[in-house]
Design a protein around this ligand. Sequence first.
Ligand SMILES: Cc1ncc(COP(=O)(O)O)c(C=O)c1O
Length: 388
Amino acid sequence: MASSIPPPEVLKNPPNIPEKQLFGPGPSNMSHEIRHSMDAPLLGHLHVEFCQIMDDCRVGIQYLFQTKNPLTFAVSGTGHAGMECAVMNLLENGETFLVIQNGIWGLRAANLGKRLGLNVQTIILPEGSAASLEQIREGIIKYKPKVLFICHGESSTGVAHPLKGISEICHENGTLLLVDTVASIGGTEFDADALGVDCVYTATQKVLNAPPGLAPISFSEKAVEKIKNRKTQCVSFYFDALELGNYWNCFGEPRRYHHTGMISMVYSLRAALAAIAKEGIENEIKRHKENIVYFHQKLEDAGFKLFVEDKDLRLPCLTTIRVPEGIEWKAVIDKLMAQKIEISGGLGSTLGKIWRIGTFGINSDKTKMDKIVSALKDATFSANSKVN
Ligand SMILES: Cc1ncc(COP(=O)(O)O)c(C=O)c1O
């Protein structure tokens, strides 16, 4: 029988995939090694060789987060999957979830908490700022949350939230500390164990320079205890941390099928973690921190104003720039895109006010930064970028 729907004409031609310089807030460019790691043949998701690659990733993620937590693995899904996995496992319906909201990611965590039937409370701060220890203490004493959420690298504003001293306040009050490091891990200091973080997740497409699709995550002993003592099952089977922990061999028990692992993505994660291990995480962070000072100086010399005023709060891998008065922000982005250079506009409440430039992993490079500053300057100050 002839099919009633003919094959789509569009599929007869190859797709258009130009090589671009990805300086938006992610994804970033892949290194040659990471890109080619995905050319390897597929293995089965429980084959001994693939299990070994998963084990390699697990220790690589422990290194990335600086933790000895056994329950450390990668969720199949993007950064949002990491967020959902963390919140769904750490909290049960009706429990209190306190969220520091200084940009879109706090807003997103609060939204997710409401969908899950949590009692969501927020500490709302002006964009471009971070919470003080006093504000956090007040919030914890007032709401007595089971979990406090902080976004370490708020990619909608360019703020790196300080983390020192927070877990002590949390733990004195029976609260677990959950940290989003999607836009910060590898680009600025983070030591999960020293900071007393109970759950941390990230994503592969920023400093790791791998494709989007996996969310490394880690749970502390306190977090595991809370999960094991839940009164109700995790609402999601797919994101159940104990099921995933078994599949990722976190408990030393025989692995069970949970879902079909993201085989080629896991190869790319291994390659990304190997690159970080080779450079050394402290060298990688140092490089980002040194290069960002250079980049910010060049931007200021070119006449741009940075959005985050407090230098100590600036993320070393993502820069936010105020759109100058009278300039059409989108026209500038389009001009750069015509040169195959991606930068991005604001997100949420920063839309229209700022540009965001990610310099993640291999893109944290002075020569590349020089090119971006020069292209941005040309695009901004040329006549046809002015608001009519
Ligand atoms: C800080 C932060 N958290 C979470 C996410 C969500 O990640 P994804 O888009 O990979 O789902 C992003 C994405 O940019 C992010 O920057």
